[in-house]
Ligand binder design. Structure first.
Ligand code: B12
Ligand code: SF4
Ligand code: SF4
Length: 365
């Protein structure tokens, strides 16, 4: 440890630095194997991860921070709020005024983007601050200290680690809820060889509530704390490559990237506090994209619009596929020319979803 530092003033110094960097919560835990590891392993064995094979490939590392960083003694869990529905950065708006956007309503049909994806890529925004905090921790720890950090980018069961570090409790929808932040926050963590006193985990505070379970359009929360990712709209619109099962398409409604229905249902959001770190990207500041414009994007336009946003993960074909589903559910005759053109698309998945959408719209006409 650096001269003059003790385990307790390390915690205070790290918390202070984290707050200065814009993190909304900071907690500490040990680097021991996660208590809920058996639940995670059972979930994998039951196949609920669908096509996310990477979760099973490094399962052992996900449940054991010491497998990620040999010699690790502690983990620092961090939260970054994205609860700022009403916030508008005036400087940002002024500089963007008059530039093209995908949120205008020319076609009259728009698709909904999950809240977390209305901001610039959180991996980059939070990752940069995380690097600064890692340097700070390593200096505090002195020679030989090693630390590694992730934000949704490494083999760590982030919600369980953050729960154990006292950041909040896991709700029945499986997300971590903060008493000061509600549902709307990202999690990041640093695993380190420094030893500090762990914070106390919170008990579950859902009580008898089951609003999230009842609100889910696809019945993906198959039991409290258990999500069947294969039915989850977030999985279907972001992670799934290939065709969306036809029985689930009508249940997706107008969502084209991610889903917030279970999060929005949660009464703990009344405590959600706005954070200062995340800034919105200009392509869908109100959370909606013009679906016809999405269908017409080419690769370079897609990269220019969404390259530095979470939406990049769906890739152009995925976003077009999702737009077809949303149009099949909500579109009208005005959507037909663009969809009919897309039936000829060289991508089989896009073409098949466009055909499905055309048939659905025609049935409604
Ligand atoms: C894979 C993944 C997904 C998958 C699967 C989601 C899931 N529930 O597992 C899909 C694509 C569906 C998804 C969707 C979303 N995701 Co996601 N996802 C991940 C990822 C990469 C891994 C999660 C994982 O390992 N799941 C495996 C399952 C088994 O874990 P689990 O559900 O947490 O199960 C545990 C608990 O439920 C608990 N448990 C089980 N039984 C019981 C019983 C009791 C009594 C208690 C208390 C607990 C408990 O133990 C289980 C085992 O550990 C993490 C990042 C990471 N590296 O951790 C982000 C992460 C979980 N996702 C995140 C976000 C924001 C989302 C979305 C909100 C995005 C959106 N708007 O579309 C949705 C939310 C959907 C939902 N209801 O969960 C955030 C969550 C932040 C938070 N505050 O919780 C994370 C942490 C990314 C980040 N760094 O910020 N995601
Ligand atoms: S994100 Fe949407 S589909 Fe997934 S569990 Fe929540 S409400 Fe259901
Ligand atoms: S909606 Fe109710 S049951 Fe679901 S996570 Fe929130 S408090 Fe828990």
């Amino acid at each position: 440890m650096a001269p003059g530092t003790t385990a307790s003033n390390i915690k205070a110094a790290v918390r202070r630095c984290a707050a200065e960097l814009g993190f909304d919560l900071c907690g500490f835990t040990t680097a021991d194997v996660l208590e809920r590891a058996p639940l995670f392993l059972r979930w994998l064995a039951e196949g609920y991860q669908g096509g996310m094979a990477y979760l099973a490939r490094n399962a052992q590392r996900r449940i054991d921070p010491q497998a990620v960083l040999p010699g690790a003694k502690s983990a620092i869990a961090l939260a970054v709020s994205y609860a700022d529905e009403s916030r508008r950065d005036s400087a940002f708006d002024a500089s963007e005024r008059g530039r093209p956007t995908l949120e205008s309503r020319e076609s009259g049909v728009t698709g909904l983007v999950a809240r977390y994806a209305r901001f610039e890529d959180y991996h980059a925004v939070i990752g940069t601050r995380l690097e600064v905090l890692i340097d700070f921790v390593n200096k505090l720890g002195g020679a030989g200290t090693e630390s590694i950090g992730y934000v949704d980018s490494g083999p760590v069961l982030e919600r369980d680690l953050a729960w154990r570090a006292g950041l909040g409790f896991v709700g029945k929808h499986t997300n971590l809820i903060g008493r000061m932040l509600g549902n709307w926050f990202f999690i990041a963590e640093i695993i380190t060889t420094i030893e500090v006193e762990p914070d106390t985990p919170e008990p579950n505070r859902c009580g008898r509530c089951r609003r999230c379970i009842d609100a889910c359009p696809t019945g993906a929360i198959v039991a409290p704390f258990k999500l069947d990712a294969r039915r989850c709209i977030s999985y279907l619109t972001i992670e799934l490559r290939g065709s969306i099962p036809t029985d689930l398409r009508p249940l997706i409604g107008d969502k084209i990237f991610g889903c917030d229905v279970c999060l929005e249902a949660c009464p703990w959001n009344r405590f959600a506090k706005c954070g200062g770190l995340m800034s919105r990207h200009r392509w869908c500041r109100d959370g909606r994209l013009d679906l016809i414009k999405v269908l017409c994007l080419d690769e370079s336009e897609f990269r220019a619009c969404f390259g530095n946003t979470p939406i990049a993960r769906a890739k152009l074909a995925g976003l077009k596929r999702n737009a077809c589903v949303a149009l099949g559910n909500t579109g009208d005759a005005r959507s037909l020319p663009a969809l009919e053109k897309l039936i000829m698309d060289s991508n089989d998945v896009v073409s098949e979803h466009a055909r499905w959408a055309v048939e659905r719209i025609r049935q409604r006409m």
